[in-house]
Design a protein around this ligand. Structure first.
Ligand SMILES: Nc1ncnc2c1ncn2[C@@H]1O[C@H](COP(=O)(O)OP(=O)(O)OP(=O)(O)O)[C@@H](O)[C@H]1O
Length: 242
C-alpha cells in the first residue's frame, strides 16, 4: 500500500535520507523512531509529497507520489498528515478547518462537507467545539481537530509526525486513544513517535532510523525484546530510561 523504494534526499550538501526502502501493508501500523535529526519527518513528508525526493520513488495505493503532477493537492489529500504543531488554520473555526479541504479540493457541497465534518468532530469528541477558533482549544483538542480534518478527505493512509510531542502529558492519551481506534478500524498508518507504549500496543512493526538510514525494521515485540543493531539498542535504552 505504501511502497518506499530506494529513496534518497539531500538538503544542499547534506544527505537527509540514504537509500531508504520500506513497504507498509494495507491496514498496517508502522512506528518510526530514532534520534533527533535522523530523517523521520523528512521520510514521511516525502510520502505526502511535501518534500520532493532526489532518488528513488514512493507509491501510495498504486499512485506514484514522487512524480511531478498537476493534481498534487488531490493526491496529498488522500494521504492524511498530522503534524506536531497541529497546523490548523487559525482564522477559521473548528468546523471550517474540517470542511475547507473537502469543499476546495474534493469539490463537495458546503452541506455535504458540514455533515461529514460534524460526524468526524463527534467521533473525536469535539462536537461541542465546532464554532470555536483554534486559539480557544487545548493542544489535545487542536490535535484531534487536525485528525478529523485529515479524515474528512477519506484518506487511504494516515501519516503522523510526532503528534503528541507538543502536548502536555495529560493530553497525550486523548490523542493516542483516537489513533488507537483508527488503527483498530484498519487504517494504514505511519507514525513517527517516541511513545513506545503506543508502539508496543498498536504497531505491527517498528522502523528505527539513524543518520538518514533505515537501520532496522522489526516486528514490534522483537524490536523491544532484542533489537538487532547496537544503534537501536542504545537508542531504546536511552528513551526507555528517560
Ligand atoms: N528544509 C530543510 N533544510 C535543510 N535541512 C533540513 C531541512 N529539513 C530537515 N533538515 C535536516 O535534515 C535532517 C533530518 O531532519 P528531520 O526533521 O527529518 O529529522 P527527525 O528525525 O524528524 O528529527 P526530530 O526528531 O528532531 O524531529 C536534520 O539534520 C535536519 O536539520
Amino acid at each position: 500500500m505504501i511502497e518506499i523504494e530506494h529513496v534518497s534526499k539531500w538538503f544542499g550538501d547534506f544527505q537527509a535520507l540514504k537509500d531508504c526502502s520500506l513497504n507498509v501493508e494495507q491496514g498496517e501500523v508502522v512506528v518510526v523512531c530514532g534520534p533527533s535529526g535522523s530523517g523521520k519527518s523528512t521520510l514521511i513528508k516525502c510520502v505526502n509529497a511535501l518534500e520532493p525526493v532526489d532518488e528513488g520513488r514512493i507509491v501510495v495505493n498504486g499512485i506514484e507520489v514522487t512524480t511531478r503532477r498537476t493534481n498534487l493537492p488531490k493526491v496529498r489529500a488522500k494521504i492524511g498528515m498530522v503534524f506536531q504543531h497541529f497546523e490548523l488554520f487559525p482564522h477559521k473555526t473548528v468546523i471550517e478547518n474540517v470542511t475547507l479541504g473537502q469543499i476546495k479540493v474534493l469539490n463537495r457541497s458546503a452541506e455535504e462537507a458540514r455533515e461529514k465534518g460534524e460526524q468526524l468532530l463527534e467521533r473525536v469528541g469535539l462536537a461541542d467545539q465546532a464554532e470555536k477558533y483554534p486559539a480557544a482549544l487545548s493542544g489535545g483538542q487542536k490535535q484531534r481537530v487536525a485528525i478529523a480534518r485529515a479524515l474528512a478527505m477519506d484518506p487511504v493512509a494516515m501519516l503522523f509526525d510526532e503528534p503528541t510531542s507538543a502536548l502536555d502529558p495529560e493530553m497525550i492519551s486523548e490523542v493516542l486513544d483516537v489513533m488507537v481506534q483508527l488503527a483498530q478500524e484498519g487504517m494504514t498508518m505511519i507514525v513517527v513517535t517516541h511513545e513506545m507504549g503506543f508502539a508496543s500496543k498498536v504497531a505491527q512493526r517498528v522502523v528505527f532510523m539513524d543518520q538518514g538510514e533505515i537501520v532496522e525494521v522489526q516486528e514490534t515485540d522483537r524490536f523491544f525484546k532484542r533489537p538487532e543493531t547496537d544503534r537501536a539498542q542504545y537508542f531504546l535504552s536511552r528513551i526507555l530510561h528517560e
